[in-house]
Design a binder for this molecule. Structure first.
Ligand code: HEC
Ligand code: HEC
Ligand code: HEC
Length: 279
């Protein structure tokens, strides 16, 4: 417009060139900071700190959860790392029909539940309480009548803070019924006549017949396992001390709750997980 003073504008190219210089300066700055803090070719000022943080977060169990979550993602593409396998005749019957990763329904909680099967037999969570018998939990090793430990995950290495590695790879916590003064195993193993018979004839069975056999194996099994708080709580069902857990490990396992982990699961997944809705 003719009345207004004419504004002096720089040509557009000046802005563009200025912008390019800013980007270059910024990149150089980032490169220099990286070079002196983390780069393996520089003085690595921050590397000890980074290592420390990584070491602190290392937990064999959480790695297992991560591995399982990854497994969930890559389920169809990869074979996962194998664990030492028990001979079939001493494996629990559940594995005739269920895999090592039996939980699939609830997407958010399944990796966590499947992780627990590394140190629990299924019945530890799925056992139906029987009238007149209390349930006692003990370490169980099908290849050793009286396993002495040390058992997986029961204590920390004071030097590294990681869980102590153990030789015993087979022992798991399992339930027993105490009837009178006696402890009876609550497990059925594949050596049992019913299991052997089923494996022989299963291909000849109709779906209904299979369903009937399934019910026999599911005796004493409740469809939904114990919820998290049944164990991760001051008044949990497991006697951690008797099971050989160290004091500080017991604190951590009981207080997972306070750390927010269980609350998180509860808040998001448990309301419908553990409601008594019909199956
Ligand atoms: C003869 C095969 C067979 C055996 C052995 C077996 N199951 Fe199952 N189970 C099934 C089938 C089939 C289903 C239903 C399909 C599904 O939900 O995956 C099922 C479902 C379940 C469910 C979900 C709830 C339900 O009733 O649908 C749980 C929990 C379960 N089984 C636990 C166990 C445990 C623990 C053992 C070992 C004591 C076991 N099963 C042994 C075949 C078997
Ligand atoms: C840490 C406790 C725990 C252990 C150990 C455990 N379960 Fe479960 N299981 C649960 C809970 C809790 C549910 C209910 C979850 C839901 O409703 O999604 C469940 C549900 C199931 C279901 C049906 C729902 C689904 O996710 O497919 C099957 C099948 C099952 N369990 C089989 C097994 C078998 C087989 C084992 C042993 C290899 C086992 N569970 C060990 C806690 C456990
Ligand atoms: C039947 C008892 C029981 C139930 C039910 C149970 N847990 Fe656990 N959980 C344990 C025990 C015991 C350990 C430690 C095992 C070991 O290392 O020997 C453990 C370990 C963990 C750990 C690893 C802790 C660490 O510091 O390494 C997490 C996380 C966890 N449980 C979360 C859960 C959540 C979430 C649920 C419910 C979805 C749940 N647990 C249900 C008994 C249970």
């Amino acid at each position: 417009m003719p009345g207004e003073p004419k504004r002096l504008e720089h040509p557009k190219s000046v802005y563009i060139i200025g912008f390019i210089f800013k980007i270059i300066t910024l990149s150089v700055l980032i490169a220099v900071v990286y070079q002196i803090t983390l780069s393996p070719h520089g003085p690595q000022l921050l590397v000890p700190l980074q290592k420390k943080m990584e070491a602190k977060q290392k937990s064999a169990i959480m790695e297992e959860v991560k591995r399982q979550e990854e497994y969930e993602i890559h389920r169809h593409f990869h074979n996962i790392v194998s664990y030492p396998k028990l001979p079939e005749n001493v494996q629990p019957v559940c594995y005739i029909c269920h895999s090592d990763y039996p939980h699939s329904k609830s997407k958010k909680v399944r990796a966590m539940l499947n992780m627990h099967t590394q140190f629990f037999v299924c019945e530890t969570c799925h056992i139906e309480e029987k009238y007149g018998a209390s349930v006692v939990y003990k370490w169980y090793n099908p290849l050793d009548k009286d396993p002495k430990g040390p058992f997986f995950g029961t204590s920390y290495d004071p030097q590294t803070g990681n869980l102590v590695e153990v030789e015993d790879q087979f022992s798991k916590i399992a339930p027993y019924f105490r009837v009178g003064g006696e402890l009876q195993s609550a497990l059925q193993i594949q050596d049992a006549p019913l299991a052997q018979d089923y494996v022989k004839v299963r291909d000849k069975l109709t779906p209904e017949q299979r369903d009937n056999v399934k019910k026999k194996f599911h005796v004493n099994i409740k469809p939904k396992g114990h919820d998290c708080k049944k164990c991760h709580d001051e008044k949990g069902i497991l006697d951690f001390k008797k099971l050989g857990y160290s004091e500080n490990r017991i604190m951590d396992l009981k207080q997972l709750n306070i750390a927010g982990m269980i609350t998180k699961y509860e808040k998001f997944y448990i309301p419908n997980l553990f409601s008594d809705s019909p199956q």
